[in-house]
Design a binder for this molecule. Structure first.
Ligand SMILES: Nc1ncnc2c1ncn2[C@@H]1O[C@H](COP(=O)(O)OP(=O)(O)OP(=O)(O)O)[C@@H](O)[C@H]1O
Ligand SMILES: [Mg+2]
Length: 579
């Protein structure tokens, strides 16, 4: 709701009630509020224009829409009323949001905590926040999408407590470095997500750095990805608009754009044209200055509000990204900065442990936790004690295995483990799952050859079966939770739920068939997706341009079912690497 002097307007972002509720509406409401205030500033600058001011109040909650007395649609529920009250006490030209809204947009905006406020007509005090500007964090779609399909979180109390203790220190101005180490599928990413949920009540900025196995030789791959999140670049933005955003962000972090832009722009493949003179320093010197600038930018961002930089899978980080990480790790102690890393055990940090560093080794889940997980995965079918005991024994407390093996039991139809039917290892259990897919198995295998993510168009070109059969197979794969899907075929993209699933599908191919498929993928990319080679931001696997940083794809479809990494391939996929 917004008012200016004597104008009052209510805008409601209505979300369907039920399972498919989306959580992007509060974010859009806050962004619309910021855009509205910006527009008013522009209007006020016009000569002779009456000076306007506006207040915006936002609350989130369930409402019922029904027919009112005058046959008009009316909205029933607390949220519109609360939003009106919040708006009424907001300072002019500001956006105030309630705690309920803040929880849904936490991390996405720089906010000021306004404390608990008494609102007229509302029986309890409400905690309010002022939205200052976007924090630079990418949309929450990936996390929320992933959450939807996830088993409820179990265990890890000590690890979570340890993370929250470190966070308290960060908030007090003591920078911290936490590295979560554990084998594949043990729950590192899940713990990071769980931790993030805990932060929802306090102002913070969350940035993610994405490493990937096939970008290990792309300098600053992960850093470039993180910077783009922060600068809020969109696919439709011109070079000028990108430069503007870059300059604004650097300025906010206290850096001089004249010095910083020429250093950072090449990293982002951004042509500065005549706006900045070309750099005349030696490459070595330039690299040093770039690293110093990136460190300065990070600390500048952390000054505004506590900052978390979550970098997953350090074992895949390229050397340049690691160099920056090392500088941050060594110099981060005095900043409100939490450097949160995950890695598999094979990674050995090149930096020595310091007092502000913590290593969390993730062990296997306890038997009790595994039992809880099994019960949750098999929520609708009660498994026999014997079956549960076998799952506990065979999965060895690795949550990924627990999920997969339990699902395999459920998919087998008789909901119990008997004889050799359920294999002893995850690999075997995945093979068994694949075998049960029928014709969809070949589809997932063709997808596995393309890479961890693939577009419908590319898959169809590689595995040319009838549209109806292909779509039915893909639906089956999504229903079996083997693939995440975004969009509607033929304009859809898919991602394997886990690398192990893709590897299993890939391994199950005969070598000769694998070779043929690789050749076919290469030829198809060559013939039908030639832009892959020329446009660095183009994803060969998805066959489309990168999604906009706000989580919308260029064609306007939301990406709320696809993990973020799926949308951001910048170089040929692993399949290409294998060619
Ligand atoms: N504590 C937990 N409670 C419930 N489910 C969990 C828990 N930990 C992990 N899982 C589930 O197990 C699966 C694997 O977890 P996750 O992806 O976090 O592993 P990982 O250690 O990050 O693996 P990788 O090294 O391959 O990235 C996920 O589906 C996740 O939701
Ligand atoms: Mg992980």
């Amino acid at each position: 709701m917004a008012t200016s002097r004597n104008i009052s307007a209510t805008v409601s972002w209505l979300t369907s009630v039920g399972r498919r509720r989306t959580t992007t509406r509060p974010e859009r409401a806050a962004r619309a509020g910021l855009a509205l205030l910006d527009a008013i500033v522009q209007l006020n600058q016009q000569p002779g224009h009456a000076q306007l001011s506006a207040r915006v109040g936002i609350d989130s909650g369930l409402v019922v829409i029904g027919q009112g007395a005058g046959n008009e649609a009316e909205v029933f529920g607390d949220a519109p009323n609360i939003a009106a009250r919040v708006q009424a006490i907001a300072a002019p030209d500001t956006i105030a949001i309630t705690d309920a809204t803040h929880r849904l947009v936490s991390g996405l905006f720089v906010v000021e905590d306004c404390g608990a406020q008494e609102l007229k007509g509302i029986d309890r005090p409400l905690r309010l926040y002022r939205v200052v500007r976007p924090s630079g964090m990418r949309g929450r779609f990936p996390a929320m999408a992933a959450m939807r399909g996830m088993t409820p979180f179990v265990g890890r109390e000590d690890e979570l407590r340890s993370l929250l203790n470190r966070w308290e220190r960060v908030r007090d101005g003591e920078g911290q470095v936490v590295t979560i180490i554990g084998e594949a599928g043990i729950g590192k990413s899940r713990l990071v997500q769980r931790f993030r949920e805990e932060l929802a009540a306090t102002p913070y900025t969350w940035l993610e750095c994405a490493t990937a196995p096939f970008f290990q030789n792309t300098p600053f791959y992960a850093v470039a990805d993180m910077l783009q999140q922060s600068f809020q670049w969109e696919v439709s933005h011109t070079v000028e608009q990108r430069l503007d955003a870059l300059e604004a962000s650097l300025g906010l972090a206290g850096l001089d754009p004249d010095e910083a832009v020429p250093l950072i722009a090449p990293l982002l493949e951004l042509a500065v044209g005549t706006r900045y003179p070309p750099l005349s320093m030696a490459p070595d010197q330039q690299r040093k200055r770039l690293l110093a600038t990136l460190v300065g930018w990070t600390f500048g961002v952390a000054k505004t509000q506590p900052l978390v930089i979550a970098t997953e899978d350090l074992h895949w980080a390229d050397p340049s990204t690691l160099e920056l990480i090392q500088l941050l790790v060594e110099q981060g102690a005095p900043a409100r900065l939490l450097l949160l890393y995950t890695s598999r055990p094979e990674f050995h940090a090149p930096w020595p442990m310091r007092a502000h560093h913590t290593q969390i080794n993730l062990n296997r889940l306890t038997t009790r936790n595994v039992r809880t997980m099994v019960a949750q995965v098999a929520a609708k079918i009660a498994l026999s004690d014997e079956t549960v005991a076998t799952v506990v024994e065979r999965t060895g407390g690795v949550p990924l295995f627990v999920e997969e093996l339990t699902r395999a039991v459920l998919e087998s139809g008789d909901a119990k483990l008997t004889g050799r039917e359920i294999p002893a290892t995850l690999h075997d259990s995945l093979m068994a799952r694949l075998d049960r897919l029928g014709p969809a198995k070949e589809v997932i295998q063709a997808g596995a050859v393309i890479g961890s993510e693939f577009s419908y168009e590319l898959l169809r070109a590689v595995h040319p079966i009838g549209e109806a059969a292909l779509q039915a197979a893909l639906r089956k794969l999504a229903d079996a939770e083997l693939l995440y899907v975004r969009g509607i075929a033929p304009d859809a993209t898919y991602q394997f739920k886990h690398a192990l699933i893709r590897d299993a599908a890939y391994e199950a191919l005969l070598k000769s068939r694998r070779k043929d498929l690789h050749l076919l993928v290469a030829r198809t990319i060559e013939e039908k997706f030639p832009a892959v080679k020329e446009i660095p931001r183009f994803s060969p696997a998805t066959g489309r341009r990168r999604a906009k940083p706000n989580g919308r794809s260029p064609n306007g479809q939301g990406q709320d079912r696809l993990p973020r990494r799926a949308m951001h391939s910048r170089r040929p996929s692993k399949a290409m690497a294998r060619l």
